[in-house]
Design a protein around this ligand. Structure first.
Ligand SMILES: CNC(=O)[C@H](Cc1ccc(NS(=O)(=O)O)cc1)NC(=O)[C@H](Cc1ccc(O)cc1)NC(=O)OC(C)(C)C
Length: 306
């Protein structure tokens, strides 16, 4: 039987295009021998982007604004807050712009807010005109605090900075995620912001079943497409790299599968890691991106039921 021509752009070290007609064979080859070839591909991504500077993250005034010592924001892609004159580092938040299929700044990837950066987080939401927040971690996971509870517990208005007022208008808990509607007000102007909070994704890992995550990503994409005139969607987990990068990968691959005859998962992760470190943090998450495309090819998901 003629082996299908598999386009692995070994010459271009930044991409590995796989034609969808060849995907099952390529996926099976990568999985052979305990995913030996997956491990090799993921290792090729290890140093991508790491030669870029993170000077703002390392300013003494900003060190306390980083949740983790090894997750810093590249200067080139970092989100800059409107600086206040007298405070060095006042423009800093641990967040980077990330490209989506539709624009170079379709997403903002950020760490789970700290108690001391919660107001910076809401200031970023306002300044970037964000319509949607995607939260991918729980406040506490396996007994460790992973993210501040940066939103109100009830419908009482809260001040989240000297001039920003936040109200939670609605909270709806579903089996795998919770949806919250906020109104953020500055002076006489109010904006609606929707939070999609996925609650069943273990840190450093992948969900036990991909189907709830696929449905979640599709729901967020449906909502994003209603707000194309607004700013970037903010995505966070605890560090804002592993689960966050995998979410962006799912969003892009679900669109690519509908609109293209090929995928380039390696190239997509390469591009993400040029914008923020460790995006798609683990090999299991990297494999999970491929499993999504394999499952789509095998007709595993019937989206008509959504
Ligand atoms: C493997 N874990 C880590 O690298 C985490 C940062 C992190 C990354 C990704 C995720 N997953 S997520 O992006 O999906 O939330 C959680 C936490 N870092 C820490 O815990 C670092 C230690 C560390 C681990 C690994 C490494 O290579 C360098 C330094 N610890 C650390 O920052 O300690 C504080 C919180 C007390 C300041």
């Amino acid at each position: 039987q003629d082996r299908p021509k598999i386009e692995l752009n070994s010459v271009d070290r930044k991409s590995k295009v796989i034609q969808l007609v060849d995907f099952k064979q390529v996926y099976d080859e990568l999985r052979q021998d305990s995913s030996y070839k997956f491990a090799g591909e993921f290792f090729e991504l290890k140093e991508v982007g790491k030669d870029q500077t993170t000077e703002a993250s390392l300013l003494s005034a900003n060190r306390g604004k980083n949740r983790y010592t090894n997750i810093l924001a590249y200067d080139k892609t970092r989100v800059k807050l409107g600086a206040t004159d007298d405070d060095p580092g006042s423009d800093y938040i641990n967040a980077n712009f990330i490209a989506g299929n539709n624009s170079k700044r379709e997403f903002i990837a950020t760490q789970g807010p700290l108690p001391g950066t919660k107001e910076d987080f809401w200031r970023m939401c306002w300044e970037q005109n964000t319509p949607i927040i995607v939260a991918l971690c729980q406040v506490v996971e396996r007994g460790r605090i992973k993210c501040d509870h940066y939103w109100p517990y009830d419908s009482d208005p809260e001040w989240v900075g000297s001039d920003l007022q936040l109200v939670m208008e609605r909270e709806s808990t579903l089996p795998n995620w919770t949806e919250r509607d906020f109104i953020l007000t500055k002076g006489e102007t109010s904006r609606r912001i929707k939070q999609y909070h996925f609650t069943v994704w273990p840190d450093n890992g992948v969900p036990s079943s991909l189907e709830p995550l696929v449905k979640f990503v599709r729901q967020v994409r449906f909502e994003m497409n209603r707000f194309l005139d607004r700013g970037p969607t903010i995505i966070h987990c605890s560090a804002g790299v592993g689960r966050t990068g995998t979410f962006v990968g799912f969003d892009r691959l679900l669109q690519d599968y509908e609109n293209k005859s090929y995928v380039d998962i390696f190239g997509m992760v390469y591009e993400m890691r040029m914008s923020r470190c460790l995006m798609v943090q683990t090999e299991a998450q990297y494999i999970c991106l491929h499993e999504l495309v394999y499952d789509l090819q095998m007709g595993k998901y019937n989206f008509d039921r959504d």
